[in-house]
Design a binder for this molecule. Structure first.
Ligand SMILES: Nc1ncnc2c1ncn2[C@@H]1O[C@H](COP(=O)(O)OP(=O)(O)OP(=O)(O)O)[C@@H](O)[C@H]1O
Length: 303
């Protein structure tokens, strides 16, 4: 069994319900994105999966078992949580050697993972002086150390440059292609759309969607035409069969192509000041889906 399962998982901190009755299964052979606005409960869920936080209710199975019952945890699941949580005085190699030793993993594997993440040249440098990107690479090396079938990354690209982001993306896709279970959290839809095959979306601790990325795209792919005219009131009734909605000085038209709208307006002698086809972005669909579950919403910017 190489799945991660959340079964009615719940976590309360005082009066805050951080995770609210979550149930889902993360399957092998694909990258599953774990999406939700800040404070949605992603980190708390991941910490409970690794036995770092005790659920208030429900349970987690990693490879079919609770984390505490795994004989060799590092060989079953590798995780990157907080990359900064490393002893700064140690060298990169020593940090990995310590981890390897306490998990019955040989020295050769330490060299191997350093090579994989591109840290061999800085193996003797103290971790305290590492850049954010190097720290992320070291955290990933630690996650890979036990050659686990299951990998979990919490916001792995936070603060990375485009090169680092591309590197992590390629690595995760490669791990999934090898048949591993890859679970990765992010609060950015645009990033997940490029990396994940499947999505678990949560908001305020609750499950909002458990769906394939393609399905998510298909569901949100309704485009509309933005129309502006000084004679909107005369034009609207002529657009029969379309769904119209007013938005300030323009209207949105769903169900009629722009060419048809233009022809109708021209036929009636109505001038158009704008006729724009708007394809909704995945980001917009995600914002729409999670808008009721954002903890601290900013000022709404007028369209
Ligand atoms: N140790 C804690 N004590 C009290 N409240 C906590 C604790 N950890 C998390 N919370 C609260 O639980 C909720 C979920 O937090 P969590 O960090 O899991 O969200 P997240 O989805 O990972 O968000 P982010 O992307 O901001 O890290 C938040 O309201 C947070 O304030």
């Amino acid at each position: 069994m190489t799945t991660i399962q959340a079964i009615n998982l719940t976590k309360r901190y005082g009066t805050t319900l951080a995770v609210d009755d979550l149930s889902f299964t993360i399957e092998p052979g694909r990258v599953t994105g774990f999406l939700g606005p800040n404070g949605a409960g992603k980190s708390t869920t991941m910490r409970m999966m690794l036995g770092l936080d005790r659920p208030s209710g429900g349970s987690v199975r990693v490879g079919g078992k609770p984390y505490s019952e795994l004989r060799h945890p590092l060989r079953t699941i590798g995780a990157l949580l907080d990359a900064k949580a490393v002893h700064g005085g140690r060298t990169a190699r020593n940090h990995l050697l310590c981890l390897a030793q306490s998990n019955g993993i040989g020295r050769a594997r330490v060299e191997e993972v350093m090579e994989t993440v591109g840290l061999t040249a800085v193996a003797k440098r103290r971790v305290g002086g590492f850049s954010l990107g190097m720290g992320q690479r070291l955290g990933i090396a630690a996650a890979l150390l036990g050659d686990p079938e299951i990998l979990m990354f919490d916001e792995p690209v936070n603060g990375l440059d485009p090169e680092g982001i591309r590197w992590i993306r390629t690595l995760m896709r490669g791990l999934a292609a090898e048949g591993r279970t890859v679970f990765v959290s992010s609060h950015l839809m645009s990033e997940m759309a490029q990396t994940a095959d499947h999505l678990i979306v949560i908001g305020k601790g609750r499950l909002i969607a458990d769906t394939g990325v393609q399905d998510f795209i298909a569901r949100s792919s309704q485009s509309y035409v933005r129309v502006r005219s000084p004679r909107m009131a005369q034009l609207a009734p002529l657009l029969t069969g379309a769904e119209l909605s007013a938005h300030g000085d323009h209207m949105r038209v769903i169900g009629l192509p722009a060419s048809k709208i233009g022809d109708v307006a021209a036929g009636a002698g109505i001038a158009l000041h704008e006729l724009t086809v708007v394809e909704p972005t995945l980001e917009a669909a995600y914002m729409e889906l999670t808008k009721d579950s954002v903890e601290y919403a900013g000022e709404t910017v007028p369209a």
